[in-house]
Design a protein around this ligand. Structure first.
Ligand SMILES: NC(=O)c1ccc[n+]([C@@H]2O[C@H](COP(=O)([O-])OP(=O)(O)OC[C@H]3O[C@@H](n4cnc5c(N)ncnc54)[C@H](O)[C@@H]3O)[C@@H](O)[C@H]2O)c1
Ligand SMILES: O=P(O)(O)OC[C@@H](O)[C@@H](O)[C@H](O)[C@H](O)CO
Length: 380
């Protein structure tokens, strides 16, 4: 089996690569980072190190690397022969993959394949499909529509930023979950052991995004305000822990009211497990990584605004979530262009502009009002 994976970063190497390799795939990692690509091509393997008491290493062999900008023809040929195509590049990067993925899919002459975006977002693969179709003429569009599936997915494993060993090795938490929606698959015969295939992804992606990622963002933004460097340090602060748990109680209320997929007890156990994962002492995860790209995270369909808005529509009070959103608006990191932009926008146009423009909240809507009020109080 051949797999093409875009994004040889933390989750790409630390999780997707592991399951694809286990499934017997020869993996071509496509990236733009030449250091990583060159290391892939000279080492041809890397290790995944489990962040747990007893060290456990897992080797992924036979990998190679290609540059998606300078080796486009080779990437197209690899896609043309692949049994599966996956991505983990970040939601903002998906549109840049579209031209080369479109060329690769067209070159397959109708041979079915699935393209799975493993990004933290609702409808990631569907979004990628739209970007691909935007690049296609009528005939190409027909080929893509007929032969390429873009099943949505949810991917969960905490993989912090770090370079260990040969520069490719990566430390990960032992936990993992990869869920793929069967609807929209064109090549269902390719099944990757370790993936849970479900008919409807919505409950699972919302549970993941609104528990793991909401809680993570809460710890990062509240922890950052308190001056903590890592998620584990932030979670050791009683005040931060209480607020993170409070935010997850709120999202839990929404999730169990909205879906009958999980009972209240199951959601409670899920939250407890997530909180335990955040305090893993062997996992050194910078609040700057977890809080990265705050403008994206303040988006309407994202982990903070979406559950808060949905909860309010069901007459719930997202008090803790609003505190986290206020902390997110105050997140500062000079190395993160989105955090810099956020600070500039607030300085020049005011917080209301950010809520209208980036979070797409209507002025004077209940959530807009709650956030503005709390933000102004905090600024006093
Ligand atoms: N790290 C985690 O804990 C984790 C867990 C689950 C899901 N995710 C999701 O996975 C995605 C990637 O996250 P990450 O933590 O691995 O980030 P990362 O920054 O470590 O990796 C992203 C990789 O994409 C590469 N890239 C950027 N532009 C590219 C392009 N045009 N073509 C090909 N490659 C390109 C980067 O060079 C980098 O190697 C995000 O959507 C994230 O939300 C991350
Ligand atoms: O990747 P982001 O920026 O959407 O979110 C940061 C973290 O919350 C995220 O990477 C988690 O570690 C991951 O989603 C755990 O599965």
């Amino acid at each position: 089996m051949k797999a093409v994976h875009f994004g040889a970063g933390n989750i790409g190497r630390g999780f997707i690569g592991q399951l694809l390799y286990d499934a017997g795939a020869a993996i071509t990692f496509v990236d733009v980072n030449d250091e990583v690509i060159n290391a892939m091509n000279s080492e041809r393997h890397y290790d995944i190190v489990y962040a747990q008491e007893e060290e456990l290493r897992y080797s992924v062999h036979g990998v190679k690397g290609l540059n998606s900008r300078t080796e486009t023809d080779k990437v197209v040929s690899e896609i043309a022969e692949a049994d599966i195509v996956t991505t983990a590049v970040g939601p903002n990067v998906l549109k840049f993959l579209a031209p080369v993925i479109k060329e690769g899919l067209v070159k397959r002459s109708g041979k079915a394949v699935d393209v799975i975006a493993c990004e933290n977002m609702v409808g990631g693969s569907e979004q990628l499909k739209q970007y691909v179709l935007d690049q296609a003429d009528d005939e190409e569009r027909r080929i893509v529509e007929e032969s390429a599936g873009f099943p949505n997915a949810a991917v969960d494993r905490i993989v912090p930023e770090q370079v260990v060993g040969n520069g490719l090795d990566v430390t990960v938490e032992p936990f993992y979950e990869w869920i793929v929606e069967t609807e929209g698959m064109k090549n269902p015969d390719v099944r990757i052991p370790g993936i849970l295939y479900v008919e409807a992804l919505s409950p699972y992606i919302e549970r993941k995004l609104f528990t793991v990622n909401t809680g993570h963002a809460a710890a990062a933004y509240l922890g950052s305000l308190e001056g903590y460097k890592t998620i584990a340090e932030a979670m050791a602060d009683e005040g931060v822990f209480t607020s993170v748990s409070g935010a997850l109680e709120e999202t839990g209320k929404l999730l169990t009211a909205k879906y009958d997929t999980f009972s209240k007890d199951e959601q409670k156990a899920y939250i407890e497990k997530v909180l335990a994962r955040f305090v893993n002492p062997k996992l050194v995860d910078d609040v700057k990584r977890v809080g990265r790209t705050p403008l994206r995270k303040l988006g309407r369909k994202e982990r903070l605004i979406s559950p808060a808005e949905q909860l309010m529509k069901r007459n719930g009070q997202p008090a803790f979530l609003v505190d986290v959103i206020v902390a997110a608006l105050s997140f500062r990191n000079e190395d993160d262009p989105e955090a810099v932009k956020l600070a500039e926008e607030i300085q020049e146009k005011g917080v209301g502009y950010v809520l209208r423009h980036y979070s797409q909240l209507e002025e004077n809507s209940p959530l807009y009002e709650s956030i503005s009020e709390k933000y102004n109080e905090a600024e006093k």
